[in-house]
Ligand binder design. Structure first.
Ligand SMILES: [Zn+2]
Length: 72
């Protein structure tokens, strides 16, 4: 199985691997928020305005998101 990607602890977005593997993974929208591989429930949001899941998670941008991100 492929390595679990990181998710943003603030906006729940699934984050792509940085081009340079030495760079830290960081959310482009909330650069100061923690990121973690400890998350569950992959969901693709295509139309945030029409998605109940997007409303529940306060998602305003289309993209790939985790339903639950575990930040300690
Ligand atoms: Zn974020």
């Amino acid at each position: 199985m492929a390595k679990q990607p990181f998710a943003c602890g603030e906006c729940n977005q699934i984050l792509p691997e940085p081009e340079n593997k030495k760079d830290p993974v960081q959310c482009p929208h909330c650069p100061n928020s923690p990121v973690t591989t400890d998350w569950q429930g992959f969901v693709v949001i295509l139309n945030p305005g029409r998605s109940e899941v997007a409303k529940r998670l306060n998602i305003t941008r289309p993209g790939n998101y985790a339903l639950k991100v575990n930040i300690r």
